[in-house]
Design a protein around this ligand. Sequence first.
Ligand code: UDP
Ligand code: MG
Length: 312
Amino acid sequence: MKSTEISLVIPLLNEEGNINELLVRLKATLESLGKSWEIILVDDGSLDSTFQIIKTFASQDTRIIGISLSRNFGQQIALIAGLNEAQGELVITLDADLQHPPELIPKLLEMQAEGYDIVNTKRMEHQGTGRFKRWSSSTFYALLNRLSDVKLEPGSADFRLFTRRALDAFLAFPEKDRFNRGLVVWMGFKQGILSYVAPPRTQGKTNYTLKRMMRLGLDGITAFSSKPLRISAYLGILTTLLGLLYVAYALVAFITGHTSPGWTSLIAVVVLLGGVQLLCMGIIGEYIARIYNESKNRPLFFIKDNTREPQS
Ligand code: UDP
Ligand code: MG
């Protein structure tokens, strides 16, 4: 029996300065809804007093649940840990730094009530976002959408509502290198988008360094596309063709006697072997891409409704 209607899941890394205001605002919002709720705070290996503070709040209110991971696993995995713990019929994930305004929760619920299984959010740009962050974020989405097979809305973040059946589907992915935003798009179900303007971070600083963003970007591309591997096959074909042309030229030069001895055969060997090698690497790449796809072991489909055993 599930008695909780709404679960909130929040990953935290070194957010000691934000927890208090976060919980005050969340509680105010949740109480105004008049539904049963729980807040799951996942400490992702913080080095500051984040988890001590969480424990204090949890001891005062059993609806606040703290989980502490053994080390820093990254926001995406921390989210999964919290989602596994969530018992609510509706589950909402958000950041701890108040960039996902708690006051938007009623709007997410309203959209869900219109029949959506997943409500994603889309961040509109605001003054406080640094130039570099804005540039890197828009480049990230442009590159991702070009190279990858799922289309992502720019500005989508991990502020999102799941119904129970969508969440159970989401938790069925066995993948280790997770790019949650892409997986959600891939899943299907009825998905909506809520736009909002993000305020700047109130306390502390962003945890996404350039390195982390690049890693997230690579996960996003490789998890959803084998195009980078295919590029090498195309390069191989192109090089081989160009090589053949060059060999033809070298032969003509040889016949008309405009060459020093040995040059023609040398050039032919170098050019052709180079092209064929690249081509073979590309072919191997194609096979690896398929093995890779299989080894990810993704579920093939999800059943949305079943008339024999209605889900809801
Ligand atoms: N976070 C986390 N583990 C990490 C990095 C970040 O749990 O390794 C949390 C962080 O505490 C915050 C959310 O994930 O609640 C988003 O992180 P941040 O605000 O640093 O990212 P940004 O908003 O700058 O993209
Ligand atoms: Mg943030």
